[in-house]
Design a protein around this ligand. Structure first.
Ligand SMILES: Cc1ncc(C[n+]2csc(CCOP(=O)(O)OP(=O)(O)O)c2C)c(N)n1
Ligand code: SF4
Length: 341
């Protein structure tokens, strides 16, 4: 952070003015088949007001790079609606043609239905649009789950992005159904005592839904592939994206590395489930390798777990063991799915 009168800003303003004149590469100008080409595209999401190092914003930036000029965003209330639309400034930008994402926020309770309505209206008018229904785990796992489930059970072409910080971040870190056992959160001051909900498996009950779990810092290419596949799927898609948050009690300059550790320890699993097509069977691709890092060491790298251990070491031991077993069982289940499909 710099003061407004810092002399370095004068230079930077010049540099910024220069880069602003460079040719803009827009969706369709190049195929974003890899990290490099995807990052040549203009982001339609910039200068947001999220915490420095927020794990949610890189996903939104990437999605706008891929589809920004034809995107309609239905944003659930939460951090993303605040850094996404805190009047009088918005981080969503336009390109040289004046095109950019259309954005609106309805209620915390009805965001999936809200996005569904936007898509339906576009279809009725015979217009194509890339509709993205986005929000946090408090919305998707808890308060908006009824609507989310309903939209997954339809067959309209919408894309859902759940930025999973494992707590209600915007209101100060309340426990959600995405919070793992053993983590300290508001309303779970002694550590959450039950295991987290497996939202992905619930979505996979519907065989027409594209489902993926991603963590950008663990595998950039898998993130890019999942987002592109979700958008290309002509039906409902849901992506659950692990998002580091200031509420985890971590070094926020290290978010991508932490995501990598989360996957390498088996704390978070990467996969993609592609629905059956007319001429193709469904596919389940487990993108995570067998965990090679210690699960317990991962927990102990975050204050939300360390605080529970400090408070009640015996309880922490039990809860952490339960969370580890749960994660291992899920990994086995996914492995089996990969073998069976
Ligand atoms: C029905 C309802 N209850 C509570 C709130 C207050 N509220 C606003 S944002 C928020 C937390 C959102 O958490 P989450 O969906 O996980 O998104 P995050 O902030 O983590 O991105 C809450 C509880 C609300 N707006 N509406
Ligand atoms: S509280 Fe968490 S999710 Fe919200 S802006 Fe900060 S880091 Fe991002």
């Amino acid at each position: 952070m710099r003061d407004f009168d810092d002399p370095i800003l004068e230079n930077e303003a010049e540099n910024f003015a220069f880069t602003s004149k460079l040719r803009e590469l827009l969706p369709g100008d190049i195929e974003p088949t890899n990290i490099k080409t995807s990052q040549m595209l203009k982001p339609y999401f910039e200068f947001h007001g999220a915490c420095a190092g927020c794990g949610e914003t890189p996903y939104l930036k990437l999605i706008t790079q891929l589809f920004g000029n034809k995107m309609i965003i239905a944003n659930a209330t939460g951090c993303s609606s605040i850094y996404g639309g805190s009047s009088p400034t918005v981080p969503f930008a336009t390109d040289k043609h004046g095109h950019g994402p259309a954005w609106a926020n309805s209620l915390f309770e009805d965001n999936a239905e809200f996005g569904y309505g936007l898509k339906l209206a576009k279809e009725i008018r015979g217009k194509d649009a890339s509709v993205w229904i986005v929000g946090g785990d408090g919305w998707a796992y808890d308060i908006g789950y009824g609507g989310l489930d309903h939209i997954l059970a339809q067959n309209l072409d919408v894309n859902i992005l759940v930025m999973d910080t494992q707590v209600y971040s915007n209101t100060g870190g309340q426990v959600s159904k995405a919070t793992p056992a053993g983590a300290m959160a508001k309303f779970a001051a002694g550590g959450k005592t039950v295991n987290r909900k497996d939202l992905a498996s619930m979505a996979m009950n519907y065989d027409n839904v594209y489902v993926a779990q991603i963590a950008m810092g663990a595998n950039y290419m898998q993130t890019l592939t999942a987002i592109r596949e979700a958008e290309a799927h002509r039906g409902p898609s849901i992506i659950i994206a692990y998002s580091t948050c200031i509420g985890h009690g971590i070094d926020m300059s290290n978010g991508m590395k932490i995501m990598k550790n989360a996957v390498e320890s088996g704390y978070w699993t990467l996969f993609r489930r592609k629905p059956a097509q007319e001429d193709k069977d469904p596919e389940f691709i487990l993108d995570s390798k067998e965990p090679k890092m210690s699960y317990q060491d991962f927990l102990k790298s975050e204050s939300r777990y360390l605080a529970v251990e400090k408070q009640n070491p015996e309880m922490a031991k039990q809860l952490f063991a339960s969370a580890e077993q749960h994660a291992k069982r899920l990994y086995k289940k996914y492995k089996k799915m990969e073998e069976q499909l």
